[in-house]
Design a protein around this ligand. Structure first.
Ligand code: NAD
Ligand code: ZN
Length: 356
């Protein structure tokens, strides 16, 4: 089993990665079992697929464990669901010793994390990510959130899990499109932090059917954990994880979070950010071309007809605007992200021509 530490002083924890790990999870969690209640939070399909089996194996191993279902889709990250689950936990007699297991993708992880952060002022939780995006990104780093009508992730906190358990075998049931979208985030890690990894990825992408997910997850988690350890609360370095996300988020918001998967949106955003990096002299044309070629190997869905002005409007209301400046993540050479607050709206608008 690959173990990657997330070094955060008293909030440190490990990421564990191993194909087939879910079957042996009760053994690994045994040292955390003090006879408290364990609650699995998960969506109906995932409960059917793996949740019921996990509950049964935990029960057999002496855990006092139940399941609370949450709805599918982004709407699960709502005040309404938050309240319902908290109330269900009170009714089930959960106390401060209760431990939550987030079994699902980023939606389940974000909601469970926020409940863990606030239930009786905080209870322990573990992340058991089941989507590629959650395995390489959302389950690590303790960002938890729910949405408001006015925007995504507007209510939340930094609250670290006690551990992350990744079973890459779970990707076999994940729709192919979800896997492709998740690879977008993996390319991001190479682009911002590790040029040799980006080169390796480019080779792997020549044969998508044999893409070595476990290796890619291990490498991505190592990069993310290192960045989070240096900047837990996104004061500076952690912002580089937003490479491709300024335009990516704006595309998602413009399409009302239904038209494009997150990782696909990030892939398009990286194409634009790569172009801006070249325009500002940070990336030479060969490097920019390599980034573009690598991203283009992904069979991402094509974009529908989009009005660039609509996308730009979302960028102006981006929460990464600080003190009136937009912090834009660019590449100063492949594998080396930098943050600039000097990027004009005009240049961002021009960069959209690369994708629209
Ligand atoms: N906290 C963070 O740092 C962070 C980072 C990135 C994204 N996010 C959040 O993550 C969310 C998106 O996460 P996501 O892309 O994982 O989406 P998701 O959680 O909605 O999962 C996508 C779909 O895949 C299904 N699914 C999950 N695992 C499966 C499996 N193994 N087999 C078959 N189907 C499976 C789910 O039921 C769902 O329908 C967004 O809300 C975003 O804001 C958070
Ligand atoms: Zn992302």
């Amino acid at each position: 089993m690959k173990i990657i530490p997330v070094k955060l002083g008293p909030r440190s924890y490990d990421i564990h990665i191993e194909p087939g790990l879910l079957k042996t999870l009760p053994k690994h969690l045994a040292s955390f079992n003090k006879g408290q209640q364990w609650i699995i939070l998960s969506q109906p399909d995932i409960i059917q697929l793996i949740g019921n089996d996990l509950q049964n194996s935990l029960l057999k191993s002496g855990f006092y464990c139940s399941i609370i279902p949450i709805p599918n889709g982004e709407r699960a990250k709502s005040f309404d669901q938050y309240q319902k689950i908290i109330e269900a936990m009170v009714q089930a007699g959960c106390d401060r010793s209760t431990t939550l297991l987030a079994l699902g993708g980023g939606v389940t992880g974000d909601l469970t994390g926020f409940i863990a952060a606030t239930y009786m002022r905080g209870v322990d939780y573990f992340q058991i990510p089941t989507t590629l995006l959650a395995m390489v990104d959302s389950s690590i780093g303790g960002k938890t959130a729910i949405n408001l009508k006015m925007g995504k992730n507007l209510v939340g906190s930094f609250y670290q899990p006690k551990g992350v358990w990744i079973d890459p075998d779970l990707l076999t049931s994940l729709p192919r499109e979800e896997r492709i979208s998740g690879i977008g985030e993996i390319i991001k890690y190479g682009a911002i932090r590790d040029a040799p990894f980006l080169e390796t990825l480019s080779t792997w992408l020549d044969h998508l059917e044999t893409f070595p997910f476990t290796k890619a997850i291990e490498h991505s988690c190592t990069i993310k954990s290192e960045i989070v350890a240096k900047d837990e609360q996104e004061d500076h370095l952690r912002m580089i994880l937003n490479f491709g996300h300024t335009i990516g988020h704006a595309l998602e918001a413009h399409l009302q979070y239904g038209g494009l998967r997150h990782g696909d949106a990030v892939s398009y955003g990286m194409l634009c950010a790569g172009w801006i990096s070249e325009q500002t002299g940070l990336l030479n044309s060969e490097e920019r071309q390599f980034l573009e070629d690598t991203i283009s190997k992904l069979p991402s869905p094509s974009l529908p007809d989009i009005d660039p002005n609509g996308v730009l409007q979302h960028i102006s209301s981006d929460k990464k605007y600080r003190d009136g400046h937009l912090n834009y993540v660019l590449l100063s050479g492949l594998g080396n992200a930098v943050i600039s607050n000097q990027i004009s709206m005009a240049l961002i608008a021009e960069s959209l021509k690369v994708i629209l």
